[in-house]
Structures are given as C-alpha cells and as structure tokens.
Write a protein that binds this ligand. Sequence first.
Ligand code: HEC
Length: 466
Amino acid sequence: MPRWAGIVAVAAGLAFTAAGPLSGGAAPSQLPSVPTFNRHVAPILFANCAACHRADGIAPMSLLTYGEARPWAQAIKARTRERAMPPWFADPQFGQFKNSRALTQAQIDTLAAWADGGAPQGDGSPPSPPRMPQTAWQMNRAPDLVLDLPFGEFQLPPQGEVPTFTVWMKLPLRRDEWVQAIEIRPSVRGAVHHSSISLAPGLPPGTKLGRGTVFDNGPVLDGVPLFGDGRPFRTSSAEAFGTPVMFYVPGGGLLQFENGLAKLFRRDDWIAWGLHLISPGRPEKVRVQIGLWYSRGEPHHEVRTWTVNETLFINGVELKADARGARVIPDIPAGAANWAMTGTLKLDEDITVHSLWPHMHYRGKDMTFIVTEPNGRQTTILSVPKYNPHWQITYELQRPLRVRRGSLITASGHFDNSAANPHNPDPSATVRFGAQGNEEMYIPFLEVTVDREDLRVERQQQFIAQ
Ligand code: HEC
C-alpha cells in the first residue's frame, strides 16, 4: 500500500495542476489538460477502489481496466465528489485514522476532470493492477486457531438477501488466550454483507444449543439456542450479547492490535456470530471462517470495548431508570427527521482510546464523539456527519489518545425516520429500540485500554507473591 500511496500522490499532484481549463494557445500535446486513465486515473483506482471493485470483488463492478472504468466515469465523479465512495464517512476536519479510505481533494478533482474531459485512455499503458490475495488470510501468517461456522456451509439463494441471523458456538479453547489479531474471511467475496462476533459467558438464559431455523422458513442449522419447548432463540444482532469483538464489512475483515495489546478470549466463553448474507447472483455455497492470532509475547494491556452511554439524553431530556431499574428508550415517531440522542461517559481513571465505532441501524443520521477535559477544553475526536448503516466502520485512531480521569466523553447523534433518509425502509413506522435490524440501536463503541491495568505490573506482583 505505501508504495502505491506514493505513486498516487505524484499522479494526483500532476493532474491537479494540469486539470484547469485549456489555456489559450497551449498545444494539447505539451499540456495534458485532461487527466488520462493510463497516467492519472488508474493509479487512484488501483490504490483506493480495487480492493472491492475487481472481478469477484464485493462491489457491483470491476474498475481495473480502461474498458471497465470508462462507462462509470460520471458515476465515479458523482460518488467520489459526494464522498460516498470509497466508503469512509469521517469528517476530514477531525481526527486522523490509520484505516482511512478517504481520497484527497486532489484525487477527487482528478477523477472529476477525467470524467468531464471525456474520460480519455491516454498514451502508453496503465500500471499493472495490484495483486490482491484471493483466498489467503490478510495476515501473512497462518492463524493459531480457525473457527468455522457451526453448520459448515450455507446454501445461498440464486438472488436477494438472507435475513440477518445469529448462531452460537462454544470456544474450543483449553485455556484463556490473548488474541492480537482477528480476521473474518468469507469463501465467496460478495456473499457477506456484514458479520459480527461477540463473546458471551453463556448461551441466552433458558436455552440449550441445538438445531433449528434461524429465521422464518429458513433452513435448519446447527448452532441455534433452543428453549425447553424446542422454540429457537433468534436475534438478528450478535452485538446485543456479551462483549462485541469485531464487526466485518466488505473491504475490512481484519482487526489487529499493536504489539502489547490484545483481547482476552476466555476458555469458557461462547461466540455469538451474526451473519447478514447476500446472494452474489448465483446459487452458491458460502463458508465463513474466523482466524485468531495469539499474542506473541506477553501483552501489557487488555483492549476493552466500552460504550458511551452511562447517561443518555433523548432530545435533551435525561433518560431515567424505571421502577425495575431499566432505562427504556422511547420509540422514534414515524417521520421524525432529527431525533436527537446523546450518551456520556465520565472517566474516573486515565484511559487510552484506540478506536471508535458509531453503531446505529437504518435510521441513523449522524454521530459525533467529543472529549471535554476537566479544564473545559473540548476536542472532537470523530464526526460522522452522514451516517451510512450499510458500512459499519471502526475508525482506528492514527495515534492512540490518552484521556485523563475527570474528562467527559460525549457521543451525540441523530436519527432520521423520515422519507428524506435514503436508507429508511419504512418512514411510516414507529421504531422501537432493540436488536432486530428493523429496530434501532444507539451504541457509541470505544476500544480502550485502562492505563492502570498494566499486566506487566500484575505479573510482577504475582511473581513476588510466589
Ligand atoms: C470497501 C469496498 C469498496 C471500496 C474501497 C470502493 N467501493 Fe465503490 N462500491 C462498493 C460497493 C459494495 C458498492 C455498491 C453498494 C453501494 O453503493 O454502497 C459500490 C458502489 C460504487 C459506485 C456506484 C455504482 C452504481 O451502481 O451506481 C461507484 C461509482 C463506485 N462504487 C466507485 C468507487 C470508486 C471510484 C472507488 C475508489 C475511489 C470505490 N468505489 C471504492 C464498494 C467499494
């Protein structure tokens, strides 16, 4: 990637200065007034789009050759200009992220100038397209443990979507393991819309693991919790259970921590594994695997998943617990276009924030994370002004952020349940909060380490105590 980044920067720079209107007498051969595919556009597409836009990729079309990209020139201009493609929704004003897919303004301008100039191919030949791993793991070593779906393969329908469902399995561990990298890998790219895994200390209360249908008229599968009367326990959202560990979206799939940081997978944990499958347009079977890479050496901090919802405000009013101690979030009325929700978290110890994941469903509109230090100084650490529920992106901070005790973290968001929201499946519906896809969620996730929880110190103390 870094190699490509250099080429792209150079190519985009050239195009930016050259892409002005044709100046008076300059001969076109001297001044390439319109960027060309071979010289300027291909490097941008290869570096920023090829991961998804290639034969067998998850995007609807390949953009690797001139012939493939040419018909899409106007669409490429439009989608990159509105920053809908590549899928990356952080406001570039705030924060720096190591997994950013954002194009530079110069790259966006180059693509637009190419489209407006008739999308020429140009002389010579384009650089050769990047080689993408087809089935190999993104990590360049074999996993320490591979987990397969409890039912093996899933027969996909010839077309359309499969309702989101969750299956369960016990971790096959003989002891607790520190996990430094996790990868979710489908055998058929384009067949997994998203997949999430959570760790839970047990099955849902009152159930035993068995076989059942995971949605109405669905196939009978292994890995389904069953109630005493044989009824299957169903949920469309694994992240509603236990501790969310990872959310796969196409183009992602690898969660990797720096040396010394790891997640703890306990021997007795269960995995709740959520899947939203889509047909790639042919009746194929898909297999999905999870690869786990254990920490090399002893980790010094456990990565914890926190949420910013210690207090919740709905349209400015704090949500109090009811008589049973539960905080029941009121429904979002049909048509409500700017329904506000804010979560806060007051820190009583020093932490380090590594990444953020704003999680909402189809009515999600925007979410912004702000840190307010005890002296009142405010910093916006992530702003997603146009939330897209189809791209559940974890924003990984370029440099981990230390946040002092006494600080307040705020996550403010809005929901749009009106017809103006292009993702809204039904603007006439009142929307409940819950785990189903057609219900809503407001979960501002943080991946943090607690500075005090230094495992090296704990190990030393254990050693001394022996
Ligand atoms: C992480 C995967 C991914 C990356 C990276 C990506 N795309 Fe896409 N793209 C998709 C998917 C999936 C769709 C179809 C669904 C959607 O629109 O979200 C799509 C749709 C599009 C469309 C709309 C096609 C239509 O039917 O109108 C255009 C144009 C496009 N992408 C251009 C690009 C360009 C240009 C880049 C790089 C600068 C890029 N994409 C990077 C996954 C990706």
